[in-house]
Design a protein around this ligand. Structure first.
Ligand code: AMP
Length: 511
């Protein structure tokens, strides 16, 4: 293929914002290449070179461009590849001049658009993840394969060029070379952060919430009695973890790959500090003695492979079901919910048990190896609670005439009543003062001195620094440094946080 044809495709792809059109253009281009050209086309289209980073800067490019007269045969992709080989091989004394010469040879056969494209390739300016995702779909279209099959194979292919060649020349049979294999570790799926339960549920709608343990990520491969354990960086640490190996040997399956966390626990089941788990993991010698003093416990949260088949494209819910049949005892504690209150209670439970927080995972997502996406979200703290306004006090000074200091309560599901946890007038803007005065007066039940009591209907989100013991309040607990974050008109009082959640949070912060 001529470079000009590829550059024209790049320009047309850039000119449209429509994803389907981009895929069509790229697929059309890929339909015209095979062999090494397929490798080159796919790499060039995503802005990379088979030679990797050549390390050429703008000044060299400018000099070469300046020296290059326009002449010679049109450039083929294979010509570019050969000249890039020459460029990459130039090292040592005088290499700068030789590179300029090699580059001006390349440029002399290129038109202005090709020159710009080649320069961007050399500098690494074209590279971007979004392009890769579109190209994977285009490879699927050009090869007549399902996009999911191509995407999965990409997780195991050395690069997108080899993947394109295999897909275009041999379709499914070619892609089968890039599949999950026992004892070859997979880059672990990673998580982004979410600020709170609400954000996580906004993104995922319904989620699997799991304890987030502060231990070490382990990927365990089992084939009969053979077991290998890999770290998050894919390092083989089998020899250091005999108890994990024994556990895996005893799983009731022939072949499996499990993802999980190994963690040192205290005799009472609470987690040891992260450093303790790490000390054990770092130890290569005297493993038997170390195992005695710091035993590690396995907790599995994912199954990637089972008896000859990869589970990566299955939904998380399906993978969890497979996992539950193998390791019911070591399954990480989890709940599946779309209810913020239930999720918050679970987060409080995890914190109370001494763990770091929770993970929220999409029940429908596949296992996307190596990706830090939004299918998995980590939540480390419960920073706010949704509470109900029980009463409000008239303000003074600048706030004279407005209902200001709010009395806040958490729900007690056993009695159906609300338990007061404190008061706050912080975080309220003038507009909020106006709005709440109007709304609260319409909910008034009675007054005592300067306090207006109201029907328990208005829900507010309250941020706070911590929970403290307080004999003044009925639950013996009060919020410290409470501040109104926002009103929650989308919530009814029976969706407010419960007093159990508050107690769990209180226990969590004391441990
Ligand atoms: P972070 O290291 O803060 O980015 O959090 C991601 C890490 O949390 C993962 O690599 C795991 O080692 C760890 N982790 C603990 N519990 C879980 C869980 N339930 N699901 C996934 N990862 C977990």
């Amino acid at each position: 293929m001529q470079l000009a044809r590829l550059v024209e495709t790049v320009q047309r792809v850039r000119a449209t914002t429509k994803k389907s059109e981009k895929i069509r253009l790229l697929a059309e281009c890929l339909g015209q290449v095979n062999g090494r050209e397929a490798v080159l086309a796919a790499l060039y289209l995503t802005g990379s070179l088979p030679q990797g980073k050549i390390g050429i800067g703008w000044s060299v490019i400018q000099k070469a461009m300046h020296d290059a007269p326009a002449s010679g045969e049109p450039l083929m992709l294979s010509d570019v590849d050969r000249l890039m080989d020459v460029l990459a091989a130039e090292r040592g004394a005088g290499s700068m001049d030789r590179r300029i010469l090699a580059l001006s040879n390349l440029f002399s056969r290129a038109n202005p658009q090709e020159r710009t494209f080649l320069s961007q390739l050399l500098i690494g300016e074209v590279r971007q993840g979004a392009l890769e995702a579109v190209l994977l779909d285009a490879i699927a279209a050009a090869a007549g394969l399902p996009a999911a099959e191509v995407r999965q194979a990409f997780m195991f292919a050395p690069n997108i060029g080899d993947l394109a060649q295999a897909a275009l020349e041999e379709q499914s049979a070619g892609l089968a070379r890039f599949s999950m294999r026992l004892f070859v570790p997979v880059a672990p799926m990673l998580a982004n952060s979410a600020e709170d339960v609400d954000e996580a549920l906004q993104r995922l709608d319904r989620a699997v919430f799991e304890y987030k343990l502060d231990g070490a990520r382990v990927q365990v491969h089992k084939g009969g009695d053979d077991v290998r354990v890999f770290t998050r960086q894919l390092q083989d640490i089998t020899g250091r973890l005999p108890e994990i190996v024994e556990w895996a040997r005893n799983l009731p399956v022939r072949e499996a790959v499990l993802d999980g966390e190994a963690i040192a626990l205290r005799p009472d089941g609470r987690p040891q500090p992260f450093q303790t788990t790490m000390r054990r993991l770092g130890r290569i010698k005297d493993v038997a003695a170390m195992r005695e003093s710091i035993p590690l416990s396995p907790f599995a949260f994912d199954a990637l492979y089972l008896d000859g088949s990869s589970l990566l494209t299955q939904s998380y819910e399906e993978r969890l079901r497979a996992l539950a049949t193998m390791t019911p005892a070591e399954l990480i504690p989890h709940v599946v919910t779309s209810q913020p209150e239930e999720a918050r209670r679970f987060l409080a439970q995890s914190l109370a048990a001494g763990h770091e927080g929770v993970m929220a995972k999409s029940p429908t997502a596949p296992y996307v190896a190596g990706q830090r996406g939004y299918h998995w979200l980590k939540l480390k703290e419960a920073t706010s609670l949704d509470l109900v306004i029980l009463a409000a006090e008239w303000g003074n000074g600048r706030r004279e005439g407005w209902l200001s200091n709010l009395h806040l309560g958490a729900r007690d599901p056993s009695s159906g009543h609300f338990v007061m946890l404190g008061k706050t007038f912080k975080g309220l803007t003038d507009e909020m003062l106006r709005q709440q005065t109007e709304q609260l007066l319409s909910l008034e039940t009675h007054r005592e001195e300067h306090t207006v009591f109201v029907k328990h209907q208005m829900v507010v989100e309250i941020a706070f620094s911590d929970i403290q013991e307080s004999p003044r309040y009925p639950a013996g607990l009060a919020l410290r440094f409470a501040r109104v974050k926002r009103y929650r008109p989308d919530k009814t009082p029976d969706q407010a946080d419960t007093i159990q959640t508050v107690s769990e949070l209180f226990r969590a912060q004391r441990n």
